[in-house]
Design a protein around this ligand. Structure first.
Ligand code: NAP
Length: 360
């Protein structure tokens, strides 16, 4: 198979920079267009990101001299140069929605990190290990958009990737109620300690819109395709509190769960360690070999030690024990800009590529 040519929309942002690093040596995808706002148009990638390169490796050599397009004005040039795009922009919701639809209608599939289209009923929100089957909704979305190839698929919010993967293999045992407190890194807001010094030695008990997304999005992921729409699951009941903590990368979740069927601790950890999703079955290049990793140590997982497990694509779990009010409680950890953002979107794109959705 030849490589697919891909574009990054929002290439100068924090998530866009992660895309650039992940795609630098990707076996299936080659970056052939970079774009951002009109402020960056005409600059090389190196110039446009000078003084605001926030990720841990330098600007990829093969992208540093690429000239940035304006994501809106240059849509024709971009869509001619690529087979599909990754999109991570900081724009008002309606503008983001319009931008993503404009690309899809130009027959350019959009793998989106933005929240604008997450609630759109025929836009799949995919964690490849959990609900790869939702790709089937694309057929109906294409009918609505009047496209042959173009469509939009979204990655879920980063907060839910620390607990939905762990809960998913237990869904068949009747999960009734879930209570989650998330402890979220500052990169989730596109910030670092340099750009957000107030976060040093501080905890902020509010992340705008995050609790709503953390409660709503899992139900779409566990939903079913009916009448050309994804109908969200009606259960479990989920309640969350989302808290910003002074950590650069890595979202942790403290999870309490009530199950209809009583499982032993050993049964649950065995279910986790044996679980494989479509990403592992298809052996997708960015998929972790071991998706769910349970640690027996009382003080694991730790953000600094485990967030980068399998290039930040694995989910780390620990502290599973019985609870006096719920049945069990445990802790989950995932890398918010890898599994939770750019890495998750690349894995989703690999799934669509493997299933032939990009043509060619
Ligand atoms: P960011 O660092 O603020 O970057 C924003 C990007 O959007 C920049 O490339 C910027 O280009 C571009 N942009 C702004 N206005 C634009 C316009 N009018 N037209 C085209 N491009 C425009 O934001 P981020 O943290 O990367 O987040 C990007 C998106 O991903 C957001 O929707 C966010 O909610 C989502 N997300 C972020 C995370 C995370 O962990 N950070 C996780 C999941 C999802 P210029 O440089 O030219 O201004």
């Amino acid at each position: 198979m030849g490589k697919y040519n891909v574009g990054i929309i929002g290439a100068t942002g924090m998530v866009g920079q992660r895309f650039a690093l992940i795609l630098e040596n990707h076996p299936w995808f080659e970056v052939t267009a970079l774009s951002a706002s009109p402020r960056s148009k005409g600059k090389t990638y190196a110039e446009a990101t000078r003084g605001r390169w926030l990720v841990d490796r330098p600007v990829p050599e093969k992208m540093k001299d690429m000239t940035l397009f304006d994501a809106t004005e240059d849509i024709d040039a971009i869509t001619k140069a690529v087979d599909f795009v990754f999109c991570a922009v900081d724009m008002p919701k309606e503008e983001t929605k319009a931008l993503e639809e404009a690309y899809a209608k130009k027959e350019c599939p959009v793998m989106s990190n933005n929240s604008a289209n997450r609630a759109t009923q025929d836009v799949p929100m995919i964690i490849p290990e959990v609900n790869a089957d939702h790709a089937a909704i694309v057929e109906f979305q294409r009918k609505r958009l009047g496209t042959n190839k173009g469509f939009i698929a979204v990655k879920s919010n980063c907060s839910i990737q620390s607990y939905v993967p762990a809960l998913h293999p237990l869904m068949g045992y009747g999960i009734e109620d879930v209570l989650v407190c998330t402890y979220q890194a500052i990169s989730g807001a596109g910030r670092t300690f340099d750009t957000w010094p107030e976060m040093e030695d501080n905890v902020i008990p509010f992340i705008g819109g995050e609790e709503e997304k953390s409660e709503r999005e899992p139900l779409k992921i566990w939903g079913k395709i009916e009448n050309n729409k994804i109908i969200p699951a009606k259960s479990p009941n989920i309640t969350t509190q989302c808290i910003r903590v002074p950590v650069s990368n890595g979202h942790m979740a403290a999870v309490f769960v009530r199950l209809r069927e009583k499982l032993s601790k050993g049964q649950i950890t065995a279910i986790w360690s044996e679980y494989k999703g479509e990403a592992q079955r298809l052996n997708l290049p960015t998929a972790p070999k071991q998706f769910l990793n349970y640690f027996e140590e009382d003080n694991f997982p730790q953000t600094k030690l485990h967030r980068d497990l399998e290039n930040g694509m694995a989910v780390s779990l620990g502290r599973l024990r019985e609870d006096s009010q719920y049945d069990y409680k445990f802790v989950g950890l995932s890398h918010n800009t890898m599994r939770g953002a750019a890495g998750g979107a690349v894995l989703m794109a690999e799934l669509f590529a493997a299933k032939g959705f990009f043509g060619g």
